[in-house]
Ligand binder design. Structure first.
Ligand code: NAX
Length: 328
């Protein structure tokens, strides 16, 4: 049978990982015929809790799980890894300024970027879920100069899936009837979920909705503020849906996106659609052979251009702030 793929996951004792790890181990990431070896990183005080999670992984007896290693040293845990899912991050706590949040996460993602640069497999792909995801990915990428920049992505697939779900509910269709959804920009409240290139059974979604007020005042803010709505209802932030999106992003990156559709991925900008080169911004992407391509040639009207520009401006501010802090 195939050699195991080594999958690193950080924040492994946290709530997203309590769903994510079991799905990776069960074959939901790379299929039922591909064994995986998990490499789990946590901070020292969380290792004990992580041991409990590993006991539960053992107790699932997943045939695709070839082994599990845990630790608090990224250079050991990332040794030889082919895929890295960077989920662990420092959440904003009471009294924390934006600069404090960026510094705390900067310390995490500079160290992890350097460790990946030093010890990861030459084909490593890195997906950042931990917030602020786009800028954390930028920090890791910049601190890993020997890894091609295109191997660093950030997660906007959850926003993408949320947008599909909202549109399906509005139009009374199934999610499988919806194709070519796009999230542009930052994984934040400035993100732009775009219905103007989206299709419902082959027809333009915005035309089918035919209600610009709903798009602007209902759809876009509902998708952008969904995370807060989950916290208000559940008392903690999205976990199972974030794990699902993390799996789907990485799965499609490795195995390819479906014919006739595209996915949203935050990737280093090559300047497409006027997005500042070098920042990690969400685009419509197709994937094949383990590589993504930004979908080209979409016409953006003034409304879409302004929305994208606002989110890109926020990403530039975040980039400037971490540059100021000496993190990139
Ligand atoms: P939790 O607080 O439950 O878990 C985070 C875990 O990371 C903790 O166990 C912590 O010990 C660990 N950790 C902290 N520093 C670490 C380090 N240096 N190395 C390894 N592990 C470290 O958070 P959870 O709910 O699992 O969320 C994780 C991250 O995902 C947060 O930053 C969250 O904001 C972000 N999210 C991103 C989403 C996205 O769509 N991009 C959506 C969901 C989620 O909000």
């Amino acid at each position: 049978s195939a050699a195991p793929v080594k999958v690193a996951v950080t924040g492994a004792a946290g709530q997203i990982c309590y769903s994510l790890l079991f799905r990776i181990a069960s074959g939901a990431l790379l299929g039922p015929d591909q064994p995986v070896e998990l490499r789990l990183l946590e901070i020292t005080p969380a290792l004990k809790a992580l041991e409990g999670v590993v006991m539960e992984l053992d107790d699932c007896a997943f045939p695709t799980l070839a082994g599990v290693q845990i630790g608090d040293d990224p250079e050991k845990v990332f040794d030889g890894v082919n895929l890295a899912m960077l989920v662990g991050a420092r959440p904003r706590t009471a009294g924390m300024e934006r600069g404090d949040l960026l510094s705390a996460n900067g310390a995490i993602f500079t160290a992890q970027g350097k460790a990946l640069n030093k010890v990861a497999a030459s084909d490593v792909k890195v997906l950042v879920t931990g917030n602020p995801a786009n800028t954390n990915a930028l920090i890791a990428m910049t601190n890993a100069p020997d890894i091609p920049k295109e191997r660093f992505n950030a997660l906007t697939r959850l926003d993408h899936n949320r947008a599909i779900a909202q549109l399906a509910a509005k139009l009374g269709v199934t999610v499988s009837e919806i194709k070519k959804m796009t999230i542009w920009g930052n994984h934040s409240s400035t993100q732009y979920p775009d219905l103007f290139h989206c299709e419902v059974n082959g027809e333009n979604a915005a035309a089918k909705v035919n209600d610009q007020a709903w798009i602007e005042n209902d759809f876009i803010p509902t998708v952008a503020k969904r995370g807060a709505a989950i916290i208000a209802a559940r008392g903690s932030s999205s976990a199972a849906s974030a794990a699902n999106a993390t799996i789907e992003h990485m799965r499609d990156w490795v195995l390819g996106s479906p014919e006739g559709d595209w996915v949203s991925m935050a990737v280093p900008s090559d300047g497409s659609y006027g997005v500042t080169e070098g920042i990690i911004s969400s685009f419509p992407c197709t994937t094949a052979g383990g590589e993504y391509s930004i979908v080209q040639g979409l016409d953006l009207d003034d409304f879409s251009q302004a929305r994208i520009a606002a989110s890109v401006a926020e990403l530039e501010e975040e980039r400037d702030a971490v540059k100021e802090l000496g993190l990139i």
